[in-house]
Design a protein around this ligand. Sequence first.
Ligand code: 13P
Length: 336
Amino acid sequence: MDELELEDIALALVAPSKGILAADESTGTIKKRFDSINTASTEESRRDYRELLFSAKGIGDYISGVILYDETLRQNAKDGRSLVSLMKDQGIIPGIKVDMGTKPLAFAEGELITEGLDGLRDRLTEYHKLGARFAKWRAVISIGDGKPSEYCINTNAHALARYAALCQEAGLVPIVEPEVLMDGDHDIDECYAVTETTLKAVFDELYKQRVVLEQMLLKPNMVISGKDCPEQADVEEVATKTIYCFQQTVPAAVPGIVFLSGGQSERQATEHLNAMNQMGNHPWEISYSFGRALQASALQAWQGKAENAEAAQAAFLHRAKLTSAARDGEYSSDME
Ligand code: 13P
């Protein structure tokens, strides 16, 4: 794995039948997930949970890479081996979240900027030494009450491109993630317009900052109705509008688009991904980098108890298998 060029790593991450598991929840976010199953978030419980995911037998058939949080990249399994080596044994490429989260954007009420550029070059060098071969940086764009501002889109796009260039310099494939949130009552066409504007700004900055498109992956939201919109677009409309939006904005040189699930249910995210892949050949691979839509069932089955680890692994494998089928356009609801 180590001798692969960046182009090869990017292609391996979007290989047929495979996609990415986002398991890079920050300490604050994983606490929220664990709260939902009444489980204390400790260094050990976080390790136990992630260990069961990465060691699920056969998961490498569906998962090409896992995005890790800093703590996890440094953790060892119960038997003393590193979690990274556990993943590598299953043919999985380790990745790392390198942004430092979001902060309020100055002079832009209710809007966020992602931090983490200071010292990033040195951190990337260390992450590469620890075995990471790709990275993630998430920018957040909200819709509603006059948002997003052009200022918010452009400052986040600029930071995404600075991050991506540094990653490629350090030998890591950057996953560029501009997430337009599904929070709000806006309709699908508003999501389309904001996603299109955002992606145009992001690719403009990537071009200006000399990022090599063949050596990156895009991790966007799907074009979808706001969570509280009274009229929810159906699967076909989501798939058609999402693909059309990317045709307008994402150069064909980008090897793959790996979606975030963004608060969609496991089933919804799977159906949307499947419909897009059923539309036929696209210039880019259409795959997944799901967090919640790959982990929700596993988390429920686990409940923080060691005796449920096997059931949690079975739930995770099942979900990963269905998501993988959707990535190939071969999912049907009777597989649920
Ligand atoms: P979700 O699929 O739960 O949105 O998580 C993906 C992710 O990595 C968000 O940054």
